[in-house]
Structure formats: structure tokens, C-alpha cells
Design a protein around this ligand. Structure first.
Ligand code: ADP
Ligand code: ZN
Length: 599
């Protein structure tokens, strides 16, 4: 079977080998054995469900949450010569009829559907007529309350197994902790499924978590490192996206904002501009991304902290899907977690949901604290041991976080002041006491007689508040109470007060950012590549894409272009050996790309 799989993969996709777990997942699909496949973004999930119907000459149904996702998949399949179709609400009557005729012909290998179309009379009719017996559930975490992206329509999929007991179901997702995994299998009624869980680590991503100081110029600096390359900047609010996009544009970097406040047409237009490579920088809320398959995103920047590691993993997962190096920079301030906390405290969801959300937030908060390898923490969060002592691809292991300073003394001052006021006052008051403010409240409470009164009078108020936030962030202080939160010491405060544990804090003044290091992977992936040829091939790819009305990455991805600019094929046979070139692409594009290379 392995040989047959590899042959098809080479012929249609132009890949020489399978990625980890792809073969096992494909075999489960061919044998129609229920499966749950958890692979990180970019791990190659699509191939796992695209190969079986092709080999078995049958029509399989793929359930997918977004129209844009389906369209991209269908475009990509057709570009590789594989018959596929998506049925969704965006089709005209005529397109719909064409699609149904095509289904009727029995030639269609993959039918993409939204979850709300499943279990309709129409669907039952199709299943019967086309003898469909294999269902693929993409983004399967949407079925679970415990995931971070629950979608009510997905719940209906629980009915699939009941209505079609003879069918096999194959669930795919990129993010799933043990709990979500168990929930997916139960909800979908998987029977003795083959469970395949890939490695979550994405070695080609460089993670950097940097204290937020002058956000606009910090973001600008990262974007400039990626001139002419795709960059996504995530913000928490709409307003922030507009402001940042304006700033970048004013500084000569073309950037578009994207958020749910724009009209549907405008969102579509901006998303298309990004996928078609007309715009390289998009500044967005999390509303942007799920349908984005642009595989050459070289940087994902977070202007604020996401509310869970799942979100972070999914959003950063959009970087470097082509397997080439990419960087993920999170500009972080302790105020972010307080903001999420505030929302959570006010939320009216069930106590169960709040507890789950709280746990997710706490994990994210800890992830942002300085000191531990980011790759390791992410891997371990998904219950996988991380083998390397030094990943060589995060701010901690690259030694960039030395930007943090020893803040033990100021931390001790703050903590002892919290103790002196009896752990009964809020942040504003504690800051006032430390700065020696002359307020009635302080005088009437007698707090001007405390030994910590005026102890930090030469630290500006804003800087001092920032220190307090960071201590909360690092669990050295607790802030409790809904309406008038007060500061309290924690278990970890004592060792600091006793001088047994040092504290690292962000520098109070914005410092010059340290030089960013190049990783080994980056150097290697460009090894031997003729950069000017690569740029010309990219331009050619763009014009071919415009002619064909498909996104550029559907023509070739960056990995293929770099390979071409490295080996410089001169004949069709040599061209076929390039990464990602199958027979269909050779016949469609071979001549033009070979001509460009020959130039
Ligand atoms: P996922 O859905 O898991 O995020 P995709 O299916 O989009 O990932 O695949 C990510 C990228 O990897 C795509 O560009 C895809 O063409 C490529 N890819 C998948 N399988 C292989 C393989 N065996 N060899 C080389 N590239 C692959
Ligand atoms: Zn590391």
C-alpha cells in the first residue's frame, strides 16, 4: 500500500515523501476505519484525507466550517488535477446545478460541505445516490465545549454515526489537549478509532516574547525585517487594528486593517488582496485567519496577549506553513491579562465555562513570563516532552531576553509595602504610599508613618504601576475582589522578600532592541538559493495567478520557488524533480517557469 500511496502523492502533488503520521492517517482512510488525527497547523492534514478517495476512486465528504477554507482547498485540488467541489450558500443557482451534475457523474473525489448542510434531506439523497460512506470532519475541535472555538452547528455531527452506522468518520484538528480529544471522539461517536497525535512543536518557528514599550515602532521594526514578505499583525480591538495600520501606512509600509466592523464585502476584498499577494501586511483582530491558507507568511505579530495557548498556537500556526523559517513575536504587557481577567469576571457564561476559560488564561499568562524555553513550554502544554535543552529558536534560548533586568530590590519594596498596609488596599493606594504622595487618605490612615512611605519617590507613577502589574503577572502578587480589587501576597512572595529568589523585570525605560539573531534553519533554507531568480519567479507566479484567478500559493508555494532558484532545472524531467511539482503543474506551468529560469 505504501508504494501506491507514494506514487499518487508524487504524481499529483510532487512530494517525494510523506510527513510524520500521514501514511497512518491515509491507511485509516483507505480502510475506512474511524480515526482522530491531531497534527499541528502546517503538518499536512489535508493530504491525509485527499489521498484515500483518489486511490479508492470514491467520493468522500469533507465537513469544513468556513466557505473560504473550502474554496482554497478546492482550488488547490483542481490545480493538482483532482476533481473536487464545494457546495455552499455562496453559489449561484447555475453553479449549484453544475456542481450537482458533476457529483452525479461519479468523477468527483471530494465534496466539501458546511456542517449545517449535513443531515438535510438533500444530503441523505446524495449519500444514497453516490454511495458515500466516508465522512471527514475538519477542524474537529469545533465540536467540543472544551476547545477554544466551539460551533453549535458542529454538534449536529453527532447524528452522523447514528444515521449512517456503516460509515467511517475521520476527524482532524490542529489543537487538542487530551480533554478535547476525548470529547471529540465521544461527540462524534467514533468506534475504536485510530488515534494519531503528531508532534506539536513547530521547529521552523522562532518565538519571541518581548515587553511592550513603544508598540508602534516595535511592530514597525519587525515588519521591516520582512520587507516584501507576508506578515499578519494580531490586535485585540478593532480600534487598535485601524491605528496600527495607519501608522504603518504613514511610514511607507502598505498595510490593511481587518476586523468584524467592516462590511462583508470590504472584508472579502481585503482578505483577497492578502491572499493574492497584492498586500503583504494585514493588521487584524482574530476575526482574520481561519480561512487563510497563504503558506508563505513569514511573521505573525501579536500586539497583545491572546486569551489562551490554544489561540496563540493557532494564530502563530499561520506562520511558515510551507515549512520554511518564520518568526512569531508577541508584544506583551501584564495589563493584557488583567484585561482578559476583567472580561472573564464580568462574563455571564456558566460557572463551568468560566472555570475552563480561567484555566486557559492562567496557562497563557505563565507562558509569557520570562525564563523558560518557549518551544518547551508549548510542547509540554500539549503533553509532549521536549527533547532539546536549547531550541535555538526562541528569545530565551537565543539569549535575547537578557533585555530583562534584575528587579529584585524594587520588587521587595512593593511587596513589603503591600504587607505593611495589611494586604487590604488596591494598586492605586499602594503606589501612592510608595511614591510618598500627600493625600488625605494616606494621612488619615496613618500610612505616611509606614517605613515604606516614599521609598520609591523617584520612580515615576507609570513605571511603578508597570512594576506592580508585572509582579501580578509573575504570581508574586495576587489581585482579588471584583469591585475594589486589593493586592495580596502569594506563596511565592516570601522567598522574594527574604532575598532567596531574584525577580526579573522589564527595563523601565525603552531600551534599544538587541540585534535579532538569525537561526540556523533560516540560513540553511536559503542555502544555495539565487535570490534574484527567486524574486523573478515570485513575480512570474503572481502574474500566472492573476491570469488563472487563483491565489499565488496555489500555483507554487515558496518552498517550490526556492527549490527552483537553487537547482535551476533546465528540462521538464528536472522540473518534475522540484519540490511540489506534479504532472499537472508541469504541464500547466512548466514551460513558462523553465523559460524564466533559462533567462
Ligand atoms: P494543515 O491543514 O495540517 O495545516 P496543510 O494540509 O495545509 O496543513 O499542509 C501544509 C503545507 O504542507 C501545504 O503547503 C502542503 O502542500 C504541504 N505538504 C503536505 N504534505 C506534504 C508532504 N508529504 N511533503 C511536502 N509538503 C507537504
Ligand atoms: Zn527555546
Amino acid at each position: 500500500m505504501t508504494k501506491a500511496i507514494l506514487e499518487v502523492v508524487k504524481r499529483y502533488w510532487g512530494y517525494d515523501a510523506l510527513r510524520p503520521l500521514q501514511e497512518e492517517a491515509i491507511v485509516a482512510g483507505i480502510q475506512r476505519r474511524d480515526s482522530l488525527v491531531v497534527l499541528p497547523t502546517g503538518g499536512g492534514k489535508s493530504l491525509c484525507y485527499q489521498v484515500p478517495p483518489l486511490l479508492e476512486k470514491r467520493t468522500d465528504v469533507v465537513i469544513s466550517p468556513l466557505i473560504s477554507l473550502m474554496k482554497d482547498q478546492v482550488d488547490g485540488l483542481i490545480a493538482n488535477g483532482i476533481p473536487a467541489v464545494a457546495l455552499h450558500s455562496g453559489l449561484s443557482v447555475q453553479e449549484r446545478r453544475q456542481a450537482e451534475d458533476f457529483l452525479q457523474s461519479g468523477q468527483c473525489r471530494l465534496l466539501f460541505l458546511a456542517p449545517e448542510r449535513v443531515l438535510t434531506p438533500w444530503f441523505f439523497g446524495q449519500v444514497e445516490r453516490q454511495q458515500i460512506s466516508t465522512f471527514v470532519v475538519d477542524e474537529a475541535h469545533c465540536v467540543s465545549h472544551w476547545g477554544h472555538d466551539f460551533r453549535p452547528h458542529y454538534r449536529q455531527l453527532a447524528e452522523l454515526k447514528r444515521h449512517f452506522p456503516q460509515s467511517s468518520i475521520h476527524a482532524f484538528t490542529a489543537t487538542a489537549t487530551e480533554r478535547v480529544r476525548v470529547d471529540i471522539a465521544r461527540q462524534l461517536g467514533l468506534e475504536d478509532p485510530t488515534v494519531l497525535v503528531g508532534r506539536f512543536d513547530r521547529p521552523n518557528l522562532v518565538y519571541r516574547i518581548v515587553p511592550r514599550q513603544t508598540l508602534k515602532s516595535q511592530v514597525e521594526r519587525v515588519v521591516r525585517r520582512h520587507e516584501g514578505e507576508a506578515v499578519i499583525v494580531y490586535c485585540i480591538t478593532r480600534n487598535e487594528t485601524e491605528k496600527l495600520a495607519e501608522h504603518l501606512s504613514a511610514r511607507g509600509i502598505e498595510a490593511l486593517a481587518y476586523h468584524a466592523g467592516l462590511s462583508a464585502g470590504e472584508r472579502r476584498r481585503r482578505q483577497d488582496a492578502f491572499t493574492r499577494e497584492e498586500t503583504n501586511v494585514i493588521v487584524a483582530t482574530v476575526a482574520f485567519g481561519m480561512g487563510i491558507d497563504r503558506s508563505d507568511v513569514r511573521a505573525v505579530i501579536h500586539a497583545g496577549m491572546p486569551q489562551s495557548i490554544e489561540h496563540y498556537q493557532q494564530e502563530t500556526g499561520r506562520a511558515g506553513r510551507d515549512g520554511l523559517e518564520a518568526e512569531c513575536v508577541l508584544f506583551h504587557s501584564p495589563a493584557d491579562s488583567l484585561r482578559w481577567q476583567g472580561l472573564l469576571d464580568k462574563s455571564v457564561e456558566s460557572p463551568e465555562w468560566r472555570k475552563a476559560a480561567q484555566t486557559l488564561l492562567d496557562h497563557m499568562r505563565r507562558f509569557c513570563a520570562p525564563g523558560r524555553c518557549r518551544h518547551r513550554v508549548l510542547s509540554e502544554y500539549f503533553q509532549q516532552p521536549y527533547p532539546k535543552a536549547n531550541c535555538g529558536a526562541c528569545d530565551v534560548c537565543l539569549g535575547e531576553s537578557e533585555g530583562l533586568e534584575d528587579g529584585t530590590v524594587p520588587a521587595q519594596m512593593v511587596l513589603s509595602c503591600v504587607a505593611r498596609v495589611g494586604q487590604r488596599f488596591g494598586m492605586g493606594h499602594v503606589v501612592d504610599v510608595l511614591r510618598g504622595a500627600e493625600t488625605d487618605r494616606i494621612r488619615s490612615l496613618g500610612h505616611d508613618r509606614l517605613s515604606t512611605y516614599g521609598l520609591m519617590s523617584d520612580t515615576p507613577k507609570k513605571a511603578l504601576t508597570h512594576i506592580v502589574f508585572q509582579l501580578i503577572e509573575q504570581d508574586l502578587l495576587a489581585r482579588t475582589g471584583d469591585q475594589y480589587p486589593t493586592l495580596q501576597l502569594t506563596e511565592d512572595s516570601l522567598p522574594v522578600l527574604r532575598g532567596e529568589k531574584p525577580v526579573l523585570l522589564a527595563p523601565t525605560k525603552a531600551k534599544r532592541q538587541k540585534a535579532v539573531r538569525t537561526t540556523r534553519q533560516e540560513a540553511e533554507s536559503w542555502d544555495g538559493v539565487d535570490r534574484s531568480l527567486f524574486d523573478r519567479l515570485r513575480a512570474l507566479r503572481r502574474s500566472v495567478a492573476v491570469e488563472r484567478g487563483v491565489p499565488p500559493y496555489v500555483v507554487f508555494n515558496d518552498a517550490s520557488l526556492r527549490d527552483m532558484a537553487r537547482v535551476k532545472p533546465a528540462t521538464p524531467e528536472q522540473f518534475l524533480r522540484v519540490h511540489g511539482v506534479g504532472e499537472k503543474k508541469l504541464s500547466d506551468y512548466g514551460e513558462r517557469f523553465l523559460a524564466e529560469i533559462a533567462k
